[in-house]
Design a protein around this ligand. Structure first.
Ligand code: COA
Length: 258
């Protein structure tokens, strides 16, 4: 494992493993980490030595989502921002993506799973998409993908209320391939990745492309539109209140905003 930074990467048996590793901040993704992920995903898609990409986090936390301090100090500015580069890389990767999720998956920790082909999660994994709770809007194409996967009403519940939900619910709404015992997630995901790596690579890529064919252009457009709205929302008084409340470890009060 190359552990020089908070994204550890390793290629073996034709599988590129990317491990999010910032345990002191619950694996929150900062700008350098998004950039690092994008910088691994893009070349891997062109590298014949890589046939499958496996994304994992720690044993207790997949990721707590975007670094909230970065939202204040270094908000995303446009398509060149590290988060947008990561989203365009993960959503356009032609090779199969496998995710191994233990513990918390928050915000982009959930929405990135919508771009993965196989998603294995531990039985005590917890999911949450608190974009609206933070005065922001959903991202990563989730406003297109979630209703497509589970229908409007279930997507609206998860996005508008932004409550945490467990692995059973995640599987029942269709965003999880399989629930595993917590200690087995990485092994199960890696075995499935090995199985995928042994499949005929061109046929796998073609099948993935065809699976996404009818919504790929709309997905690109949705990610861009959500990104624009998200940047605007970051400057809103609602988001300022939510982010300050997180830093001050108190409940936000949205009652004075309409
Ligand atoms: N961005 C920046 N820092 C984060 C973070 C995030 N998304 N999530 C956790 N951290 C930091 C905390 O500030 C804390 O740092 P400190 O020790 O320097 O004070 C550390 O990680 C541990 O977090 P803590 O809140 O004490 O752990 P917890 O187990 O009580 O709660 C979470 C974990 C993930 C539920 C909680 O930290 C949380 O709600 N984080 C924000 C999640 C979020 O809103 N993400 C963005 C979605 S768009």
């Amino acid at each position: 494992m190359n552990s020089s930074d908070q994204i550890q990467s390793e290629t073996s048996d034709s599988i590129l493993t990317l491990r999010i590793n910032r345990p002191d901040k619950k694996n929150a993704l900062n700008l350098a980490m998004y950039q690092n992920l994008a910088d691994h995903l893009r070349p891997a898609d062109r590298d014949d030595a890589v046939r499958v990409i496996l994304i994992s986090g720690g044993e207790e936390c997949f990721t707590s989502g975007n670094d909230l301090a970065d939202f204040l100090s270094a908000p995303p500015t446009g398509p060149e921002s590290p988060v947008m580069q990561f989203l365009s890389a993960i959503s356009e990767t032609r090779k199969p993506l496998v995710a191994a999720v233990n513990g918390l998956a928050v915000g982009i920790g959930v929405t990135m799973l919508l771009h993965c082909d196989l998603v294995y999660v531990g039985n005590s994994a917890t999911f949450q998409m608190p974009f609206v709770n933070l005065g922001l809007c959903p991202e990563a194409g989730s406003t297109l993908l979630l209703p497509r996967i589970m229908g409007h009403q279930r997507a609206a519940e998860l996005l508008l209320l932004g409550e945490a939900f467990n692995a059973e619910k995640a599987q029942s709404v269709g965003i999880v391939t399989e629930i595993c015992p917590d200690g087995d997630v990485l092994t199960v995901a890696r075995n499935r990745a090995l199985q995928l790596a042994a499949q005929p690579a061109a046929a796998v890529r073609l099948a993935k492309e065809l699976l996404k064919r009818d919504y790929a252009p709309q997905l690109r457009e949705t990610i861009a539109e959500e990104g624009k709205q998200f940047s605007t929302r970051l400057k809103s008084p609602e988001a300022a209140e939510a982010l300050q409340a997180f830093m001050q470890r108190r409940k936000p009060d949205f009652s004075r905003f309409n």
